[in-house]
Design a protein around this ligand. Structure first.
Ligand SMILES: Cc1cc2nc3c(=O)[nH]c(=O)nc-3n(C[C@H](O)[C@H](O)[C@H](O)COP(=O)(O)O)c2cc1C
Length: 166
């Protein structure tokens, strides 16, 4: 077992420890001053069913931070197993919509088609979260399809393999 007391000289190790927690991968989109904008994020989490609330955390060091931290409307796209290329693209480039099938909603938020799930959201509150901001939002519409998710753990992207019923 590795062990650290988190501090400025052990950030890498803390990241490694936190990376043991597997997540899905999402692409968050919004309408910004420069037009449609997207970002790959694994900080998405469900918060509440009644009212329907979710959260995610934009990093303050990101060049896309202001646009996402101030967005009143955005959409969360949960990536399916075969969509790692979309996640790759939006981790490198916020305007990588070429080749994506997408349409704007009533708030001009880009909605990418054929994702495993999609949540259209209205920002309710934002909270300071150290080097991130925590954005809490209300879900105004949820859509989903059958399929397997893209999974992220320990810096790697993979597939989800369900255990057979015992
Ligand atoms: C799997 C994965 C998960 C990520 N999760 C987040 C996240 O939750 N919040 C965030 O701000 N950036 C996240 N990023 C980083 C952004 O996608 C993007 O790479 C980063 O903002 C690049 O910096 P830039 O915006 O200055 O170009 C993640 C990247 C990857 C590959």
């Amino acid at each position: 077992m590795h062990q650290i007391t988190p501090g400025s000289d052990t950030q890498r190790e803390l990241r490694d420890a936190l990376g043991r927690f597997a997540t899905g991968i999402t692409v968050i989109t919004t309408h910004s001053e420069i037009g449609p904008l997207g970002i790959t994020a694994n900080s998405f989490a469900s918060v509440s069913l009644d009212p329907p609330l979710i959260l995610w955390s934009p990093a303050k060091h990101s060049r896309r931070f202001a646009a996402f931290a101030e967005a009143m409307h955005f959409a969360v796209h949960v990536m399916g197993a075969e969509q790692s290329e979309i996640a790759d693209r939006f981790s490198q480039n916020g305007t990588a919509f070429q080749g994506c099938d997408w349409q704007p909603n009533d708030h001009k938020v880009p909605l990418i088609e054929d994702c495993l799930a999609r949540f259209e959201c209205d920002t309710l509150a934002t909270h300071d979260g150290g080097d991130h901001r925590i954005v809490v939002a209300r879900v105004s519409r949820a859509q989903w399809r059958d399929g397997e998710p893209l999974v992220f753990s320990q810096g790697r992207v993979g597939d989800f393999t369900p255990r057979l019923p015992e």
